[in-house]
Write a protein that binds this ligand. Structure first.
Ligand code: MN
Ligand code: MN
Length: 469
C-alpha cells in the first residue's frame, strides 16, 4: 500500500469522511441486528394500533419483571414498573440509584400510525353493497389505501358499559375488507386530477358485505342488516354502539424481509413502532441505571399530539412529579434536569425521488440512527431545536459507543416538512433531540427500514440510558 500523503492525513483528521454504512459493522454486529429484528417484526405484526401496541408491550414487560405502577408504593433502585395511560399510551420505568433527583432519562416514541378510522355512524347500504364511511387518520396519500386488503381493529363500548375488542381480517382463513377504486378504462377524469384530489376523503368507503339477510320478508337494507347481524352474533354489538367505538382499518399483511439479501423489512406502521420497540427493549434490558430511565410510548402523534393520550397531555409530567415526590425533590426540578431522545423516524433519501431531498443533510438507509437537530418546516417553524451543548453530548455518546449514526433533515428547506413530539417535551423544560430510524415510503401502507438501523436505534437508546450527561 502506498504511504498516505500529508494532505490525506490532514483530510482524515479534520474533514468528515463518507459514511461507511454497513461496511463499518462486523459480521457479528450484523447478525445481532438480524436477530434483534426477529423480535421487532413480532412486535410490529402484533401492534397495528396503539391499544394493541400497549397490550403487547405490557405483556413483554411483565415477562421481564415489570409490575404495574402504584403511586402509593415506595420504589428503590432497580425496580421496574409500567404505567398505562387509558390503554393507548404506556410508560416503562427502571428506577435509578439517584431516582429522578438529577432528572430522568426519557426515550419517547409514538405507537399510532396513519390508517383509516370508521366514522361514528359508519354502516350503510348502497346498490346492495354494505359499506363503511371512514375518516382517515394522520397524513396519508389516499390513493395508496385503495384496493388493499384491510383488517378491522379496535374496541367497542356497549350501552351496559362493557368493552369488546375487535380484531377481524388478519388470520389466513378470515375475510378482510377493501376500499375500491375505479377501473382505468373509466378513470379518464380521475387521472387528470392532481394526486391529492384524485381520491377524496369521502371516497374512502370500505366494502364490508354483499349478501342480504336471509328472510322472506320484504324489507329494505337487508345487506346492511346481514352485516349488523353477523357483528351482533360475534361481538354482541348493535348499530348504535358504533358511536362509542374506536375502530380502525389497517393493512392485513404481516411484515416481510425485503431484498435478495433480506437486509430490509417492509411492513405497516414502522413509523413509529420501529423506534418504539428498540426503546422498549432498551428499558427492558437496563440493569440498575444512575438516573431513572423511562421509555414512554405515546399516542396521537400523527394528528398533532393533542388529547390526553398525546404528548401534549400532562400524563408523563405527572408521572415524573410522582417519582420526584418520592425522592423528596420538586417535580419541576426533576423535569428541568431531565434529558430526552425523541425517538421518531426520519425520511430516508430515496434515489427515485432525489429532487425532494438535499443530499448533504439527508439520512440514508443503512447509515445508522439519524439525529435531527430540528424538524418543522421552512424558516424552522413548529420545532424545538436541540442546543449545540445537548447535540454535543449525544454525539459524544454515540461516538464513544461505536454506534453508527448520521445527521438528517427532512427534505429540502422549502419543500414541506413535519414535526415530532420533541417540541412538547422541550416545552416541559427538558433537553431533547430527535433520534430515530430512517424510513423509505414513510406513511405508506408498506414502509421500509434497514435491519442494521433498527439495531443501532436499540444501541443508541441503551447507551443513552447508561450514560451520565
Ligand atoms: Mn413518527
Ligand atoms: Mn408519521
Amino acid at each position: 500500500m502506498a504511504e498516505k500523503t500529508k494532505t490525506t492525513e490532514l483530510k482524515e483528521h479534520i474533514m468528515m469522511t463518507e459514511p461507511k454504512g454497513v461496511k463499518a459493522l462486523s459480521k457479528e454486529e450484523i447478525s445481532k441486528a438480524d436477530e434483534f429484528c426477529i423480535g421487532y417484526k413480532r412486535f410490529l405484526d402484533n401492534s397495528p394500533i396503539e391499544r394493541e401496541a400497549v397490550r403487547y408491550t405490557v405483556e413483554l414487560a411483565k415477562k421481564e419483571g415489570f409490575v404495574e405502577y402504584d403511586s402509593e408504593a415506595k420504589y428503590s433502585a432497580g425496580d421496574r414498573v409500567y404505567y398505562i395511560n387509558r390503554d393507548k399510551a404506556v410508560a416503562l420505568a427502571v428506577i435509578g440509584k439517584n431516582g429522578v433527583k438529577d432528572g430522568a432519562k426519557l426515550a419517547i416514541a409514538h405507537i399510532d400510525s396513519p390508517r383509516i378510522d370508521l366514522k361514528p355512524n359508519p354502516l350503510y347500504e348502497a346498490n346492495n353493497l354494505a359499506l363503511f364511511k371512514t375518516h382517515y387518520y394522520g397524513g396519508l396519500k389516499k390513493y395508496q389505501w385503495t384496493t388493499l386488503p384491510l383488517s378491522l381493529h379496535g374496541s367497542v363500548v356497549k350501552l351496559d358499559g362493557t368493552r369488546v375488542d375487535v380484531n377481524w381480517g388478519d388470520a389466513e382463513d378470515e375475510s378482510c375488507f377493501c376500499i375500491t377504486d375505479i377501473l382505468p378504462h373509466l378513470a379518464q377524469e380521475q387521472v387528470k386530477q392532481p394526486l391529492a384530489k384524485a381520491i377524496a376523503g369521502e371516497d374512502l368507503n370500505v366494502l364490508v358485505g354483499s349478501r342480504p339477510y336471509d328472510t322472506e320478508d320484504e324489507e329494505s337494507d337487508l345487506v346492511k342488516l346481514n352485516v349488523m347481524h353477523i357483528l351482533n352474533k360475534k361481538y354482541g354489538i348493535i348499530e348504535g354502539d358504533f358511536l362509542s367505538a374506536e375502530l380502525c382499518l389497517v393493512p392485513t399483511f404481516k411484515s416481510k424481509d425485503v431484498g435478495f439479501d433480506s437486509s430490509m423489512i417492509g411492513g405497516y406502521g414502522h413509523d413509529d413502532k420501529v423506534c418504539a420497540y428498540p426503546a422498549v427493549m432498551a428499558a427492558v434490558n437496563a440493569k440498575v441505571p444512575e438516573c431513572t430511565c423511562i421509555t414512554y410510548l405515546t399516542d396521537k402523534e400523527e394528528t398533532g399530539s393533542d388529547g390526553n393520550t398525546g404528548m401534549q397531555s400532562d400524563f408523563l409530567r405527572y408521572f415524573i412529579y410522582d417519582l420526584a415526590k418520592q425522592d423528596g425533590v420538586e417535580g419541576y426540578r426533576a423535569l428541568s434536569k431531565s434529558t430526552c431522545l425523541s425517538a421518531d423516524v426520519n425520511a430516508a433519501f430515496d434515489p427515485t425521488y432525489a429532487s425532494a431531498y438535499e443530499s448533504k443533510n439527508s439520512s440514508y438507509l443503512n447509515n445508522g440512527v439519524v439525529i435531527s437537530k430540528y424538524t418543522g418546516h421552512g424558516g424552522k417553524y413548529d420545532t424545538s431545536e436541540a442546543s449545540a451543548e445537548f447535540m454535543g453530548k449525544v454525539r459524544t455518546m454515540l461516538e464513544k459507543n461505536d454506534i453508527l449514526w448520521q445527521v438528517g433533515e427532512l427534505g429540502k428547506v422549502d419543500g414541506g416538512g413535519g414535526g415530532t413530539i420533541a417540541k412538547y417535551v422541550a416545552n416541559m423544560n427538558v433537553d431533547v433531540v430527535d433520534l430515530g430510524v430512517p424510513v423509505l415510503s414513510m406513511h405508506a401502507p408498506f414502509e421500509i427500514v434497514s435491519k442494521t438501523d433498527v439495531y443501532m436505534a436499540y444501541r443508541a437508546f441503551s447507551a443513552f440510558f447508561d450514560t451520565k450527561f
